[in-house]
Ligand binder design. Structure first.
Ligand SMILES: C[S@@+](CC[C@H](N)C(=O)[O-])C[C@H]1O[C@@H](n2cnc3c(N)ncnc32)[C@H](O)[C@@H]1O
Length: 596
């Protein structure tokens, strides 16, 4: 469903006994059949038309895209509430209107289409913040050429147009308007959204458009991935779509420098933005934070490191209420396109931003600085919070990794639904225990159990070919999926020798767990129990949060996580052997990371 359709009461108080237009529209949308929802664009068009009429612009509404022309098909009562809703938006600032109409457009899209094209529009407060960051990066709105390559309904085009107009205050309207028309560009795959973007920009600049006697159409409908690219823009700004996709070989070849394994739409847009920006220009993008450390993004990190190092990085502290339904951690960042004479920024400023409440703007808290690693593909270790500045800096100085502790990471090999017929409730002959994720308890203990629907405790390996699914050595198990809202991101347990000894044929581990396995046949330099205790410590958890913001606890990130030198683990080892309580283990781990 669309979010926040109602105008704020302060702007337009609703009559006490009549439902608000937004509420009526929500009810009308809910009553639409699936068939009618497919024609949701007609409803959006009606809202835009009524809003435009209510603005009393004296100008014709820009021509809608061919797909919308002649499309009405709305039931009379639905059309009436759409009209009322459009009219009710008239008192709002244009950026908020774009947000509400965008929410309606996105909410009426079939879910699959919305997800495929990453249609999650940016709330005005975050868009304004990114425009501010661009301004701090010395974008001159009076002269800068600006592109949003995935413009949606104008979340960025509108505030940028307003800043351009402000910078040209005092300039003759026709000249100012021509200047903006020449410098502001949007691209958008969805022709309806592209049209809405154009309408929003004209509405935002209404006095200029009226006085300047020229119409604007800054946003072109089209696919940014196949658009011609020239290094033309002083600022490339936006919130590109994200989601994994399979690429045609020619597109893969085109983006090869920034791809490694699975491709994600937003990485392609970041690579393109670097191409579009002039040397010395800026890229200002709101994206998921997975590129900061993920294995699949290591070549993108190299592209950025070589060609557009970061200037500022703002982490959005809370997802709820900012990007409802979005699972990813979000980062607003600016990058300076390097040029032959332009110096690379030495370090980036890191902030945490938090929505101060509905419509109440953002709170910004400094979290320190970030310097790019020497190895250009290495994960970027960043404090997400002011309290982690020292830790992040310290982590960047540590050389040891999991391999130095004697381990590698593999995911639990058993993908249960591929082996359904071999999974059983009863042990029977030849069966081995199937270790599900719930066997690693939230407090970091191993307890062989099987509690969730569809989970069964035994696995019958085939006589031939299933040997690779079995484990016979002690190892550390670690949950593969944890959200940043959880108390702990790292939840580990040693799979003890005593358990393995009871099952000499081996055990199999389900795919929702990571397995930290000894690298060699002999005992690893750090015993599994010590590794598990360290990973379960608050220090390790804090360190991991400086690396990963996505819900996945990936093998790559675990193997890249800076660790204390194994020679420094004597105290922790002694405490583990003595069965010390959690807080003593935590204190020892704090000391190992130098944060005691
Ligand atoms: C995350 S939304 C952001 C839209 C807008 N910039 C905003 O912040 O509100 C991404 C937008 O990219 C558009 N899009 C997806 N694939 C695209 C492509 N290949 N070329 C251009 N736009 C695309 C979607 O339709 C969607 O409007």
């Amino acid at each position: 469903m669309p979010r926040r359709l109602n105008p704020p009461a302060a702007t337009k108080p609703a009559p006490t006994d009549a439902p608000e237009p937004g509420a009526l529209l929500l009810a009308a949308v809910a009553s639409l059949s699936a068939q009618q929802r497919r024609h949701g664009a007609a409803l959006v068009q009606q809202v835009v038309r009524s809003w435009w009429q209510a603005l009393d612009t004296g100008l014709d509404l820009a021509l809608p895209p061919a797909a919308l022309r002649g499309q009405s098909g709305l039931e009379t009562d639905v059309a009436a509430v759409a009209r009322a809703y459009g009219e009710s938006l008239a008192p709002l600032p244009v950026a908020q209107v774009a947000d509400r109409i965008g929410a309606l457009r996105a909410g009426l899209m079939p879910g699959e289409e919305r997800a495929r094209h990453g249609v999650y529009y940016t709330p005005p407060a975050l868009a304004a913040r990114l425009v501010d960051l661009a301004e701090q990066g010395r974008v001159d709105w009076a002269t800068a050429r600006v592109l949003d390559p995935a413009a949606g309904c104008g979340a960025f085009l509108v505030p940028v147009a307003l800043r351009m107009a402000k910078a040209l205050k005092g300039t003759e309207p026709a000249l100012a308007l021509r200047s903006i028309a020449n410098r502001l560009r949007g691209l958008e795959l969805d022709p309806v959204a592209a049209w809405i973007s154009g309408v929003m920009v004209e509405a935002a600049l209404l006095p200029l458009v009226r006085a300047g006697g020229q119409r604007l159409s800054p946003c072109r409908a089209g696919d940014a991935l196949s658009a011609p690219v020239a290094s033309d823009y002083d600022l490339v700004i936006g919130n590109p779509p994200y989601g994994r996709l399979t690429l045609a070989p020619e597109i893969r070849a085109r983006f090869a420098r920034s791809l490694y394994g699975h491709a994600n739409l937003y990485a392609l847009f970041m690579d393109l933005a670097v191409r579009w920006a002039v040397p010395g220009g800026l890229v200002a993008f709101l994206t998921p934070s997975s590129f900061l450390a993920g294995d699949y993004f290591k070549h993108l990190r190299r592209t950025l490191s070589d060609l557009a190092p970061p200037l500022t990085l703002d982490f959005v502290d809370e997802r709820k209420g900012v990007f409802d339904n979005v699972l990813q951690e979000t980062v607003l960042a600016t990058y300076r396109r390097t040029g032959p004479r332009k110096k690379r920024p030495e370090r980036a400023l890191v902030n945490m931003i938090r929505a101060a409440g509905e419509g109440a703007g953002l709170t910004i808290l400094g979290s320190g600085y970030f310097t790019l690693p020497d190895e250009p593909t290495a994960p970027w270790i960043l404090p997400r919070h002011a309290s982690e500045t020292g830790l992040a800096a310290r982590l960047r100085t540590l050389d040891s990794r999991l391999a130095d502790w004697g381990y590698r990471v593999a995911t639990g090999p058993l993908v249960w639904n591929r082996y359904k017929p071999q999974i059983a409730d009863k042990a029977g002959r030849g069966a081995v225990p199937l270790v599900w994720a719930e066997s690693v308890t939230p407090d970091g203990r191993f307890a062989y159990r099987c509690e969730k629907t569809n989970h069964k405790p035994w696995f019958h390996p085939a006589a031939k070919g299933d040997e690779w699914l079995l484990t016979r050595r002690p190892c550390v198990l670690l949950q593969r999926t944890t959200a940043k809202e959880q108390a702990r991101r790292l939840i580990a347990a040693e799979m003890p020798l005593s358990f393995l000894a009871r099952h000499p044929r081996g055990v199999t581990v389900e795919n929702h767990l990571n397995m930290l396995l000894p690298l060699d046949d002999g005992p690893p330099p750090v015993p599994p129990a010590v590794l598990a205790a360290f990973l379960n410590s608050r220090a390790a958890d804090r360190a991991f949060r400086c690396i990963s913001g996505s819900v996945a606890v990936s093998a790559y990130e675990l193997e890249a996580m800076p660790l204390p030198n194994p020679a420094a683990l004597k105290e922790l080892t002694a405490l583990v052997v003595a069965g010390a309580a959690r807080d003593r283990l935590d204190q020892a781990a704090d000391r190992l990371y130098g944060i005691a």
